[in-house]
Design a binder for this molecule. Structure first.
Ligand code: FES
Length: 238
């Protein structure tokens, strides 16, 4: 195993070559906000919340998909980054219909947590108020597209951990949306095993268990990492 040394916020960090900046920061106890990143599935760099500055580079880098390199100097908390992160969260809130007071995940929502973390208490952008549907065709679960932030955690967990490939992203730009099957109602997708991993992976109240009401939906995204690690280490097949 070769080791790479770098500086993150002026802290010396040594980590296995091939690791990402986000992994190195977490190893060093340095918190970088994330939304699309989920331990246990592959990173995609979709939300851009984990942006960092690297000395010598004039652009920002998504730390969840940028590998470390020897001698790298990374900054995670500059004024520029703080302003960009805040704006990103404002845009997410303006783009969907995130009315926390009526959400099943109120108080248990990663988007809400991140908004508090970056100091966002209002959005400077015009709300788009898109007309989006709620699919309640599945007997156990529902998906409210109004609360979806297109992080694709459900898509990746279903494909990479469950192997069912129920979810995907369809359409482009502002019309992009998560679909089940061939853009069918979720309850009609025969490949769905009703495992509920997408429910645990979803960072907002978008995918939920039926029967929960405002603020009742608690999620366990660390369950995905647990499954991934157990599989990697053959814990159940020794
Ligand atoms: Fe890195 Fe979303 S967490 S881009």
């Amino acid at each position: 195993m070769s080791v790479v040394t770098l500086k993150i916020d002026n802290v010396d960090v040594a980590i296995e070559a091939g690791s990402t900046i986000l992994q190195a920061a977490r190893e060093a106890g340095i918190k970088i906000p994330t939304l699309c990143y989920l331990e246990g599935v592959s990173p995609v760099g979709a939300c851009r919340l984990c942006l960092v500055e690297i000395k010598g580079s004039d652009r920002l880098h998504a730390s969840c998909v940028t590998p470390v390199s020897e001698g790298m100097e990374v900054f995670t908390q500059t004024e520029k980054l703080k302003e960009y992160r805040k704006m990103l969260v404002e845009l997410l809130f303006a783009e969907g219909n995130h009315i926390c007071a009526f959400c099943v995940s109120n108080g248990n929502c990663e988007l809400q947590d991140v908004a508090i973390e970056v100091g966002m208490d209002h959005t400077r952008f015009n709300y788009r108020f898109p007309e989006r549907d709620v699919d309640l065709s599945h007997p156990l679960f529902g998906i409210d597209h109004n609360r979806c932030i297109l992080c694709t955690r459900c898509v990746r967990v279903c494909a990479e951990i469950e192997g069912a490939h129920v979810w995907n992203v369809a359409f482009r730009g502002a019309a992009a949306k998560i679909i089940s099957g061939l853009n069918q109602p979720w309850g009609e997708v025969s490949s769905c095993t009703s495992c509920g991993k997408c429910v645990e992976a979803c960072p907002t109240g978008s995918i939920f268990r039926k029967g929960v009401t405002t603020a009742e939906m608690k999620k366990h995204p660390d369950y995905i990492e647990f499954l991934h690690t157990a599989r990697e280490e053959h814990q159940w097949t020794r």
